[in-house]
Write a protein that binds this ligand. Structure first.
Ligand code: HAM
Length: 423
């Protein structure tokens, strides 16, 4: 038997599918309210995009990409994240020529060849947003508030927002020098990867999974101690906006993020509930004021985040949160015999096209089994169609909970159901 690839999963109907669709619908309406535009970029891109965008020395690019040569001998990569593709699209479609800021959102599968474990998949879904064209710290605060408000709308309580700042180019350079000086005496004690990172990209040592518990890393200089005046002012303004928006946060100097493109604000939202497991980062992002230029576009500030859908579902389960989606259907239509099927399918279609969720008996069940099926489907009402109903055009409708029975003319069924369901 052929099995699904390691680190992937199927959604095959049921409650999980309903939850997911509910969350996706909520995302769409939330993005409309915040006035973001929907973006969809390819799932595979030229490998170079991620090498230059995300960074050659990051774990994501150096160890985790799915790369392949297409039949035209081009190196392609399944996208490990969404930002690089959206930036490419921004540049390629010359969107910088439009009205700024450009506020975008996207949703879709991402691919990373990571060691699968709970909360960590090789194919996973991200919802993300990217905002181009403004360096206003209000934007940094707004995107953090979007993530938090979304979690709150769903009912999550155990979340913690960690923020930090890497500063602008000047501050980053001062920090890089401080880091190199600090690490120099310890080079021999670092893991092999970190020795390499020391010369190529010392900042990446901060997210080393091997050395993370050593005293060397615990006492490492903090980026916020090396911010110049502008960067400090930016970071303080972000905090002031967050306070005003009543978004609780902590400054956590260890948040540097595993991707190369960040400047100024970086943040992560974690599930802050006991026993959640090690993969507790629900969402992460930050500002990337150099990225568009690095990708050969005109200098444009940017800021964004992405959240994993799988970890969100786990967090909802963990906090035992019941989402408010319809747990059943409005009507179940029962043709009493073969000869009423034509009428029954017409009535069912009529109901469906007029806004009700309706199901019909496809299995020629007897009446008793049909009522069982209506219960299984959690149907609020049952419509019975026998030869009398076909002749008179008056339907028998039963409230499946109270068992009350009504006689309703076919052309009045929509008004009747509207009244019954209180719409
Ligand atoms: P990231 O931190 O690599 O950031 O991923 C964002 C979120 O995706 C994580 O917080 C996590 O919820 C989810 N995630 C990442 N890897 C996995 C995995 N293997 N399995 C399940 N979930 C996962 C980015 O991707 C940046 N592009 C975010 C961003 C947008 N920054 C600015 N704009």
């Amino acid at each position: 038997m052929i099995q699904k690839p390691k680190g992937t999963y199927d959604i095959y109907g049921g409650e999980k599918a309903k939850k997911l669709l509910y969350i996706e619908n909520l995302l769409v309406t939330l993005m409309q309210k915040y006035n973001y535009e929907y973006f969809r970029t390819p799932i595979f891109e030229a490998s170079e995009l991620f090498h230059r965008g995300v960074g050659e020395t990051t774990d994501i690019v150096s160890k985790e990409t799915y790369d392949f040569k297409d039949r035209g001998d081009r190196m392609m990569t399944l996208r490990p994240e969404g930002t690089a593709g959206v930036v490419r699209s921004y540049i390629e479609n010359k969107l910088y020529g439009g009205v700024m800021p450009l506020k975008t959102w996207y949703y879709g599968p991402m691919y990373r060849y990571e060691r699968p474990q709970s909360g960590r998949f090789r194919e996973f879904y991200q919802f993300g947003i990217e905002v181009f064209g403004t360096n206003d710290p209000m934007t940094d605060a707004e995107i953090i508030s979007i993530a938090v408000n979304f979690y709150k709308l769903l009912g999550l309580k155990g979340i913690k927002v960690n923020i930090n700042s890497l500063g602008d180019n000047e501050s980053r350079e001062t920090y890089r020098q401080a880091l190199v000086e600090y690490l120099e005496p310890y080079i021999d004690e670092l893991c092999e990867d970190c020795k390499d990172r020391y010369t190529k990209n010392p900042l990446r040592i901060l997210d080393c999974k091997v050395d993370k518990d050593t005293d060397i890393l615990k006492n490492i200089p903090k980026t916020i101690d090396y911010l110049n005046e502008d960067s400090k002012a930016h970071f303080e303004a972000v905090q002031a906006y967050l306070k005003e928006l009543q978004i609780e946060f902590v400054i956590n100097p260890s948040i540097v993020r595993g991707l190369d493109y960040y400047t100024h604000t970086v943040f992560e939202v974690e599930a802050n509930v006991e026993g959640f497991g090690s993969q507790n980062v629900l969402c992460g992002g930050g500002r990337y004021n150099n990225l568009v230029e690095t990708m050969d576009g005109p200098s444009t500030p940017g800021v964004g985040f992405a959240m994993g859908l799988e970890r969100l579902l786990t967090a909802l389960e963990f906090e035992k949160i019941e989402l408010d989606y319809d747990k059943g259907i409005d009507l179940y239509v029962i043709p009493m015999s073969e000869s009423e099927k034509l009428k029954a399918i017409t009535v069912t279609q009529f109901l469906r096209l007029n806004g009700f969720s309706a199901e019909i008996d496809y299995m020629s069940r007897n009446l008793k089994n049909n009522f069982k099926q209506a219960d299984r489907l959690n149907s609020k009402f049952v419509v019975i169609i026998g030869n009398e109903e076909v002749e008179t055009g008056i339907l028998t409708i039963k409230n499946n909970e109270t068992k009350e029975e009504y006689k309703v003319k076919l052309d009045e069924i929509i008004d009747f159901m509207d009244k019954m369901l209180g719409e």
